[in-house]
Ligand binder design. Structure first.
Ligand code: ZN
Length: 182
């Protein structure tokens, strides 16, 4: 879990200043200015999920490959502006009480990997109840992604026990192209 970073640890000793720009454990990301492409619509909402062109193309190819074996990947959320993230974070503060608590669940504006246009939240068409829930890990979609996403250049950003201390997000994948390894 992410905790408030006031530069002082539990023993009251001052730590080394962080060299990376982070907020409540989330790294800073700039809004991409690269061209965006469509990764598909989010269920029947009419909302189109967009990613940087190369990531959108890779997602569409991955979705088709999954479909071939009866697994149905749904794009939930891709590129987000800093302004959009600000709205999400504000609602999370309303719900969880403080920015520190909100940041356990939602990245602060300017600190979401979604700003890069390379991160995508993926769901299982047949399991809408598992959208952006840890229970997504029990779906056929996650099982397939675990074994195949690397072939399409995607990896999990926040696996269980990630060193960043961000809560486990089995639905949130990032496109790293040919760097992805099994
Ligand atoms: Zn996400």
């Amino acid at each position: 879990m992410t905790a408030a970073d006031d530069g002082v640890d539990a023993a009251g000793e001052t730590r080394e200043p962080m060299t990376e720009d982070t907020k409540f454990g989330h790294f800073a990301f700039a809004e991409t200015s690269a061209a965006l492409g469509d990764a598909g619509g989010y269920r029947d909402t009419g909302r189109v999920v967009q990613l940087r062109t190369e990531a959108a193309d890779a997602f569409v190819a991955m979705q088709a490959a999954a479909q071939d074996v009866g697994v149905h990947l749904v794009p939930i959320s891709g590129y987000r502006t800093v302004g959009y993230q600000d709205g999400l974070f504000g609602r999370a503060i309303d719900r969880y009480g403080t920015p520190e608590e909100a940041a356990v669940w939602v990245a602060p504006p300017g600190y979401s990997e979604h700003h890069t246009g390379l991160a995508i939240d993926i769901g299982d068409l047949d399991h809408p109840e598992a959208d952006v829930e840890v229970s997504f890990e029990a779906t056929p979609a996650f099982d397939w992604l675990k074994n195949n996403a690397d072939r399409f250049g995607f990896e999990l950003s926040f696996p269980d026990g990630n060193p960043q201390g961000v809560s486990y997000e089995p639905w949130h994948w990032r496109f790293i192209g040919e760097l992805a390894t099994p």
